[in-house]
Design a protein around this ligand. Structure first.
Ligand code: URA
Length: 257
């Protein structure tokens, strides 16, 4: 009579025969199904990827060309909404384009929207914005008399700093934005705006309070002053003395326009 082979007996026999390891020398793909593999190969013939097949990535989308095609602020906003080279667009609720007097001589540029700005689609409406309004009114400027925007038009998740790639992708849009507003004075609010637009490596501690020339694409220049970001001043109120000096510099510049 044949002996019934149970799985326990089989295991014992395997161990007794010296096969006490479950590892083989090369990894085994237990999910490999030769049948389905051959079916896939039959249906999808392989071919080389042609250059025109490349999937669009930020570096393949020329944001400079797109931005420079805009001849009005409305067109620029539209082209930014349609632009797919900055993934922040997909996590933000709204585009934060700009606010204030489009014909103003004074243009302020911050870093990127926070949660309040993202919700409302307007720059500098949160706590920092309230302090910025006070800073402006201390030199006789109301918010509605200036034009305000940011380097990045979409809120970075968790209010993190924008990455170099995100800043680079959005740069042509803010450059075009400046050209369309065409202000007489630029106020760069905080380190990100200052370093990006002035192409400087120094931090805001070294840049603030100094006038620089912002160079437009036609090589003409706009005087630009860096100031502390109000969010920084809220954390470091002792620096308000220096912020005040910078505001006075703006006031005297505006008097001489
Ligand atoms: N901080 C910025 O830099 N911009 C805003 O719009 C709000 C906060």
């Amino acid at each position: 009579m044949k002996e019934k082979i149970t799985s326990l007996k089989l295991s014992k026999w395997i161990v007794e025969s010296g096969q006490d390891e479950l590892l083989s020398e090369s990894p085994q793909n237990r999910f490999f199904d030769p049948d389905s593999e051959s079916k896939v190969l039959e249906v999808v013939p392989s071919r080389k990827i042609a250059p025109q097949d490349k999937i669009d990535s930020p570096k393949n989308i020329n944001s400079t060309e797109i931005a420079n095609m805009a001849s009005t602020l409305v067109e620029l906003r539209e082209s930014m909404i349609n632009y797919d080279g900055c993934s922040l667009k997909h996590t933000a609720m709204n585009i934060v384009f700009g606010d204030g007097d489009e014909k103003s001589d004074v243009m302020l540029i911050g870093e990127a929207p926070g949660a309040d700005e993202d919700r409302e689609g307007i720059p500098f409406v949160g706590l920092s914005g309230k302090l910025l309004n006070k800073m402006l009114s201390s030199v006789g400027l109301s918010r509605s008399e200036v034009y305000i925007t940011n380097i990045i038009p979409w809120r970075p998740p968790g209010n993190r700093q924008p990455t170099i790639q995100e800043t680079a992708a959005c740069l042509p849009f803010i450059q075009r934005h400046i050209e369309l507003i065409n202000p007489k004075v630029l106020i760069l609010v905080g380190g990100t705006a200052s370093k990006t637009l002035l192409v400087r490596k120094e931090g805001i501690m070294r840049l603030r309070g100094r006038w620089f020339d912002y160079q437009k694409s036609d090589k003409t220049v706009i005087p630009a002053l860096s100031i502390f970001h109000p969010a920084f001043l809220l954390r470091s109120p002792a620096q308000k003395v220096n912020a005040w000096k910078d505001l006075l510099a703006i006031r005297s510049r505006l008097k001489n326009l």
